[in-house]
Design a protein around this ligand. Structure first.
Ligand SMILES: C[S@@+](CC[C@H](N)C(=O)[O-])C[C@H]1O[C@@H](n2cnc3c(N)ncnc32)[C@H](O)[C@@H]1O
Length: 298
């Protein structure tokens, strides 16, 4: 992905996110998932020259892509996993901040880049790491996990009813030749899972492996646990999630003592946004306000 490209990703729920999070002039915010910088830009314009936005992403390619869009704004790009947010703030001498946004998962730019191996539609190396510098790839998982462990991952993170059959076919196939590409895996999964409805039979298995490779639910749990200590009283947190495994966690966290949920039901995209942005169709935004200090300031 080259730095002179313009992001293709369309930020989801931009109007609703700004309205509910209500960033104000002079405030300090962290956008935990800057991606192409769409939401970051909106927040930075609101906090203005006396404010500050830390724009985190674990993918250095995305930070490069966001750089131009964010130039001239009070934004600092930070390469970090958002589960490191307390350390990122501490390293800058910041105790509590005014707001945090996390727009979870991957961006359309990452999905469209075949070299990232996230998509069953574009053939590429079976990688799936959002931080390309560390950790096991999807190929490592499908070539080494036991059949039972693979079935568990595919069932738990993909909610795939045919997880056992998929795992068995994967193990049979890798005995002949290890998996190397996304097309390889998609082909085996499509043969194992009967087609039903409009979605590609490989969708759920790819989602499951991506979540496992990036420990997405672990990172979300750690971020949610850290929020009370990093937000000021009156500080706002917004999380945009894309499947029920994520939304359930956010809903539960925002029900705990010390939080006041701004919206009891998650905000979803209206028809116009859903028509122009496929990703927005599954987006759910929850916003909550910290009503009291909790835990030691960092
Ligand atoms: C949905 S995109 C964000 C799009 C962005 N809000 C926009 O408007 O352009 C999610 C981004 O978060 C990053 N990401 C996902 N999980 C992360 C994590 N645990 N820590 C840091 N960045 C993460 C991905 O690399 C991706 O760039």
């Amino acid at each position: 992905m080259s730095a002179d490209r313009v992001p293709v990703h369309l930020s989801v729920l931009p109007v609703e996110t700004l309205e509910l999070l209500d960033p104000r002039p002079g405030e300090v915010w962290a956008d935990c998932t800057t991606g192409g910088g769409g939401h970051t830009r909106l927040i930075a314009e609101r906090v203005g020259p006396n404010g500050r936005v830390l724009a985190l992403d674990q993918d250095p390619n995305m930070l490069e892509l966001a750089r131009e869009r964010l130039s001239g704004l009070p934004v600092e790009l930070v390469r970090a996993n958002f589960d490191q947010l307390p350390e990122v703030l501490a390293a800058r001498g910041l105790a509590r901040i005014d707001g945090v946004l996390a727009d979870l998962g991957f961006s359309s730019d990452q999905l469209a880049d075949a070299a990232r191996g996230l998509s069953f539609k574009h053939d590429g190396p079976l990688d799936m790491r959002l931080d390309p510098s560390t950790g096991a790839t999807a190929a490592d998982l499908v070539n080494t996990l036991s059949e039972a462990a693979l079935a568990d991952v595919i069932f738990e993170f993909g909610e795939e009813r045919h997880s056992r059959r998929v795992a068995r076919r994967i193990v049979e196939r890798r005995a002949e030749k290890p998996f190397a590409t996304t097309a390889d895996l998609a082909d085996v999964v499509r043969r194992a899972v009967p087609r039903s409805g409009g979605i590609d039979p490989a969708t759920r298995t790819f989602q499951a492996l991506r979540i496992a490779v990036n420990d997405e639910l672990g990172a979300l749990d750690r971020l949610l646990a850290a929020l009370p200590a990093v937000l000021k009283p009156g500080g706002r947190a917004g999380i945009i999630s894309f499947h029920s495994l994520e939304d359930r966690r956010v809903k539960h966290a925002f029900r705990a003592a010390g939080w006041s949920a701004v919206n009891k039901k998650p905000v979803e995209a209206g028809d116009a946004e859903a028509a122009r942005n496929v990703r927005a169709r599954s987006a759910k935004l929850r916003v909550a306000v910290r009503t009291e200090p909790d835990g030691p300031a960092i």
